[in-house]
Write a protein that binds this ligand. Structure first.
Ligand code: FE2
Length: 544
């Protein structure tokens, strides 16, 4: 490139030196072009410059062509070699996770994974050398599948409409039926439903059959026993209640490490009605078997209560060079009720809970959100349809936080905040939950960077337990520091217990403690409450 630039520069210089009249062979000034160098001493110099110009142009063209041919060949060969090596190691890792294959193959496969993740981390560190300090990585918890290929695995459930539930699972055998049998008594299935299945490919990885079946109508607050694919174990779920109270677990950036296992154990230690996850689920990060391992890790909880999720940056897995579109695995595996809420994309949707007493909006930080975008138009329609006399609680979840005093991911949610904050404020959204920053932080009610009693309370809860570790440093001199009420860089989870039409209590539970411990607690009053709607703007946290 330097040679090409030099050649181009030399040509430019010589062309500028050349007088315009020199381009003509007519007239008294053209004798130097005929080789009369004795009469015109400068003619030789000008002819030499012209020659150099042409020579540099030819050289530049040759260099350019050679570069493209060589680079294309090398990259093409490297791409094929990488894909082949990666595919073999992924299979080896998958077999090792299943307890099959030789120790040597498993060791090589895991070494490859560590090498790839190390290189990715190195690039990340080089790009953001002093961004923030993290704890050392925690080992992955790989969850093996030791049942027959037709056995359903990775079962998780999600609400669909007011009284239905979607059951999703995977089978390695791609010829198993997409059927769910269910009933209110153990082993006594009084109903069944049939759905659909699909697979996807990523490099040489091909997923198992991903099944989705919607069952119902179901009674609220009721325990059902169900079996997937006419072959699986009997599982149990409980439908959400038809009215308040409602207990929601909120957790982001979950991953599948020992920290994740600790978080899941704490969540499972107390009952709840529904789990909300504002992005970054498996941290597969293109290693597709890790999606399968994650599905098996969360199944005990995700098959028993609805898990409602939205996407984070780690779900994207886009590889434009080799033609992989973003969110392929996420959309295939974690289908959410977007069609039922009038959304054209699985990346943003909404749903009602507790018989419509709560409306939950799941926004997409990685879908277009600007004025004129489909997501923004959908959000306007969705919020316009919320009657706050019927729906006293309005919650929003998204991945990249709009308010954040942690050193990590500064400013990444700013464009979305600028595009959408006014919509949420006018709708009197009660709470906005986000993830992405691997720490816990709670703000007061805010609108447009100022404390405002009519704005949402902002909570960052990206401390589920992923392999990247915690974001340890909060900025005391940040412009939003005076709005931040509580910060702690520890793994944990949160719970929002909506008690009735006017009152709810938010608690944050830290993993570090041997027993369930509430580290942060705040009571909220619904912004639809007549009492609160009369309150003046600008109230501080203790008045929430
Ligand atoms: Fe993230």
């Amino acid at each position: 490139a330097a040679t090409v630039a030099a050649a181009h520069g030399a040509c430019q210089v010589s062309c500028y030196l050349k007088p315009r009249s020199a381009m003509s062979t007519e007239g008294p000034s053209s004798s130097w072009l005929r080789g009369d160098t004795r009469k015109k001493p400068t003619a030789f110099l000008l002819r030499a410059l012209l020659f150099i110009c042409v020579a540099f142009r030819v050289a530049a063209a040759l260099i350019r062509v050679s570069y493209h041919v060589a680079a294309g060949s090398v990259l093409g060969v490297a791409r094929v070699l990488f894909a082949a090596a990666n595919e073999r190691c992924l299979r080896g890792m998958d077999r090792a996770a299943l307890g099959r294959g030789s120790f040597f193959v498993g060791a090589v496969a895991n070494s490859w994974r560590v090498l790839m993740q190390g290189l990715a981390s190195l690039m990340f560190l080089c790009a953001r050398a002093d961004e923030y300090v993290r704890q050392p990585p925690s080992p992955l918890v790989l969850t093996a599948h030791d049942k027959p290929a037709a056995h359903p695995q990775q079962v998780h459930i999600s609400t669909v409409g007011r009284n239905k539930m979607r059951i999703s699972w995977v089978t390695d055998d791609r010829n198993t039926p997409s059927v769910v049998e269910y009933g209110e008594s153990r082993g006594n299935y009084t109903a069944s439903a049939t759905g659909d299945q699909a697979t996807y490919k990523y490099f040489f990885y091909e997923s198992g059959a991903i099944h989705h079946v919607t069952i119902g109508p179901l009674a609220p607050g009721t325990t059902y026993h169900y079996r997937c694919g006419k072959a699986g174990d009997e599982l149990t779920l409980r439908t959400p209640p038809a009215s308040l109270p409602l207990e929601l677990v909120v957790i982001g950036d979950l991953g599948q490490t020992r920290w994740t296992a600790s978080t899941l154990a704490h969540i499972g230690g107390a009952d709840y009605d529904m789990l909300l996850l504002p992005g970054d689920l498996s941290y597969a990060d293109t290693q597709q078997p890790l999606w399968d391992s994650f599905g098996r890790l969360v199944q005990p909880l995700a098959s028993a209560r609805p898990w409602m999720v939205t996407e984070g940056n780690h779900e994207a897995e886009a590889l434009p060079v080799v033609g992989f579109a973003p969110f392929v695995a996420y959309n295939a595996r974690w289908r959410m009720p977007h069609e039922e809420s009038g959304s054209a994309s699985n990346l943003y949707y909404s749903f009602d809970a507790a018989g419509g007493a709560a409306h939950v909006v799941m926004l997409g930080s990685y879908a277009e959100f600007e004025e004129g975008s489909a997501q923004r138009a959908w959000l306007e329609r969705d919020l316009a349809g919320v009657d706050r006399r019927r729906t006293p609680w309005l919650l929003v979840l998204l991945h990249a936080p709009w308010y954040n005093t942690n050193q990590a991911h500064q400013g990444e949610g700013e464009a979305m905040r600028a595009a959408m904050e006014a919509l949420l404020y006018e709708a009197r959204v009660d709470v906005v939950f986000s993830g992405h920053v691997h720490a816990y932080e709670r703000f007061t009610r805010i609108y447009d960077n100022e404390a405002d009693g009519r704005g949402p309370m902002y909570i960052t809860i990206g401390d589920g337990g992923n392999r990247e570790g915690l974001a340890l440093k909060f900025l005391e001199d940040h412009k939003s520091a005076h709005l931040s009420v509580f910060q702690e860089a520890s793994f944990g989870h949160g719970r929002l217990r909506i008690v009735d039409e006017t009152s709810a209590v938010w608690t944050w539970h830290r993993n570090d403690d041997e027993y369930a411990t509430v580290r942060d607690e705040v009571w909220l009053e619904s912004l639809a409450s007549p009492k609160l709607s009369m309150a003046a703007a600008g109230r501080q946290d203790e008045e929430l």
